[in-house]
Design a protein. Structure first.
Lengths: 210, 210
């Protein structure tokens, strides 16, 4: 049977492999690293927040839907018109999603600690999703979201405004992600100070924050 | 100290009081009743799903925002134009929200049972939010959501289409709520059968489903 520590080690290897091949969200590494530096936490399948355009009848559908645009950092009027020019099969949904972090914790105390940290910096839709061999799965989620029905013939003024508001919302999500990283890093620094320099916490997965 | 059973009794009284004064969502009573009929569950502050229009810079903000329209069952082109005619202070967001049910369970086994029931009928964003005197708080939530930025001068064709899509999404939420009610009622009926007619489950809060 795989131990919790082995799952954590494998998850860390995978993140670094994904990072190397460019598969990881471009701005998510530091927050993941911060969680790994907590002794009893590690992360899996997380998202730093993104703008996407989905061709689907209903915006939450995965079947019968196509992602026609996706970017974690930027979005322009040109991007928007590129998509619109390709035509619509079902409906086009412009979706801005805040960050979603999945944390596996070793025990319930750590799950509640992580939940508290996250809620304090605006991850208000966070909760415990399940319990399994990998640990207690905690989802950290903000209320940052836009799900806008795009119409085919979009005047330029409207396109500009939509892009502007989308980026504003994306950035609100990034701010919250940044605040989460800060507070998690701080929590690790505090634990280290409490436990002293030669603490056993300073293992392979305990990254010193300097 | 108030016992879990007393919290449940108080919650049930409150729901019936709210129902009488018209404060309860018009189509939520049956699903709440179904949860109360599970021996180890009760509900609090839930929503059957609704369409609202919010005047706010950002759609998730509670401060500096005004709810200018809210309905759990219907929405018309006239409703939409009524709102637009009143003018915009910040931005107008047309929000369609699926049902959100908050269940307090007596123990973790029940919390996981409720989560499983809910996930099986499409409440995929469900999780455990917290633990306190009232019980284990489980939030049951779907992915049903639209958060659309309204523009001030809306052509009638576009208004019609928006209302149509909003109602389609609202109804998808209601369908899921209905499926949740069915599966919870069924779970109670099954438990009753297993335990026999003279079961101790058949207490004040165990409503027979016929």
């Amino acid at each position: 049977m795989t131990s919790w520590e082995e799952y954590k080690a494998k998850a860390w290897e995978r993140i670094n492999r994904d990072k190397e091949i460019g598969y990881l969200d471009p701005d998510i590494y530091d927050i993941l690293k911060a969680f790994f530096s907590r002794q009893k936490s590690y992360t899996q399948s997380s998202c730093s927040g993104r703008i996407s355009i989905i061709d689907a009848k209903l915006p939450w559908e995965r079947r019968d839907s196509t992602v026609v645009f996706k970017d974690h950092l930027k979005f322009s009027v040109e991007d928007l018109y590129d998509v619109l020019d390709k035509g619509i099969v079902r409906r086009l949904w412009l979706i801005v999603q805040g960050p979603i972090i999945h944390v596996y914790t070793k025990d319930m105390e750590e799950a509640l600690n992580v939940l508290k940290l996250a809620r304090d910096v605006g991850f208000k839709h966070s909760g415990i999703l399940s319990f399994n061999d990998k640990g207690i799965l905690v989802e950290l989620r903000t209320g940052v979201k836009m799900v806008h029905l795009l119409k085919p013939n979009l005047p330029e003024e409207e396109a500009k405004h939509l892009v502007e508001v989308s980026l504003e919302i994306l950035n609100k999500g990034k701010e919250k992600l940044n605040n989460l990283r800060n507070i998690v890093e701080l929590s690790v620094a505090n634990d280290s100070m409490k436990l002293g320099e030669d603490s056993k916490l300073d293992t392979k997965f305990h990254y010193r924050i300097s």
